[in-house]
Design a protein around this ligand. Structure first.
Ligand code: CP
Length: 318
């Protein structure tokens, strides 16, 4: 694996999941792999899980992780080529990425979308500029449209909890939120479920929340949430803003909140969420504090997903 930006960088999803689960059983088996190597973790946006789990993963491989909150501690970055820099930006990504590429063996970047300009966000302008100028393998810590470390985590979380011969029914359901959120997590979850192919995958959301078909692919789309949840083995709850009316909140209907009443429609489903989650807006306390929630175990698995990705890049990323 030369970089980790989307599922298309992964030669085999099941094999990468195996590697991740192997690290879960034996975290320090490759302690020497990252010796004298470092990873620069560049944040343009906040994070708890991605930041800490990737640092732990790097440490488990013997690598030195260095975190840089470039949005707060660095110079204001110019991301557009060929501009006259007489405004608010002080340093061009051409220099910033190239310089950081001199310091680290792997660069990892978190860059959220602006949710104003669909074309700019969906061409992944920011992360692509880092890839173009860094000269080192780049790992996405969540980009404008995708969150592959989260999605690999979600694959291994489903995999380790499912031991029946039939495919599990996995339902990703939209839920309300007070803010307009990116489509990165649902886009990514959808493309990984589709690429993995070992689940029966349904997406449910109100009208107006269709994802870019490039990511939803052949998933079954059902606008009736209760109907979609029938027989679900795993429910993945997530809010996202509209892709069509880009970045807008098209619905605030609280009846889409995931509650114990919704759980009743399922096959005693395990409930997943990438976190952070707004309690009693997105998912009710009764679900998050109940026996069906696996959100903490899911977040714990972030370490093994990150460790698998870093190890593969250390081995093959040159
Ligand atoms: N799920 C996730 O990416 O969490 P953080 O935003 O806290 O990193």
């Amino acid at each position: 694996m030369k970089q980790f930006i989307s599922v298309s960088d992964v030669p085999s999803v099941p094999r990468l999941a195996d590697i991740a689960l192997d690290y879960k059983s034996n975290p320090f088996k490759d302690k020497g792999l990252g010796e004298n190597k470092s990873i620069g973790m560049i944040f343009l946006n906040p994070s708890l899980r991605t930041r800490l789990s990737t640092q732990v993963a790097a440490k488990n491989l013997g690598m030195e992780p260095i975190v840089f909150n470039i949005d707060k501690e660095g110079w204001a970055l110019e991301m557009t080529d060929g501009v006259i820099m007489n405004g608010n930006t002080s340093e061009h990504v051409k220099e910033a990425a190239a310089v950081m590429g001199q310091y680290f063996d792997i660069l990892a970047i978190r860059t959220f979308p602006g949710l104003k300009n669909k074309e700019e966000d969906y061409t992944e302008k920011y992360i692509n500029q880092f890839i173009k100028y860094a000269g080192k393998p780049v790992v996405s810590l969540e980009s404008a449209t995708l969150h592959p470390l989260q999605s690999l985590t979600d694959v291994i979380t489903i995999r380790e909890r499912w031991n029946q011969p039939r495919k599990p029914k996995v339902v990703m359901t939209w839920a309300p939120h007070v803010k307009a959120l990116p489509q990165a997590v649902p886009n990514s979850f959808a493309e990984w479920m589709n690429a993995w192919g070992e689940v029966d995958f349904t997406i449910t959301h109100p009208e107006g929340y269709e994802l870019d078909p490039k990511f939803s692919g052949n998933a079954h789309i059902e606008h009736n949430q209760d109907k979609a949840l029938e027989g679900a083995d795993f429910v993945y709850v997530k809010n996202w803003s509209s892709y069509e009316d880009y970045g807008k909140i098209a619905c605030t209907d609280p009846s889409w909140q995931f509650t114990n009443a919704k759980l009743q429609h399922t096959n005693n489903a395990k409930v997943m969420h990438c976190l952070p989650v707004r309690r009693n807006v997105v998912i009710a306390d009764e679900v998050l504090d109940g026996p069906n929630s696996i959100v903490i175990q899911e977040a714990g698995n972030r370490v093994w997903a990150a460790q698998a990705v870093l190890s593969e890049i250390l081995k093959h990323g040159k």
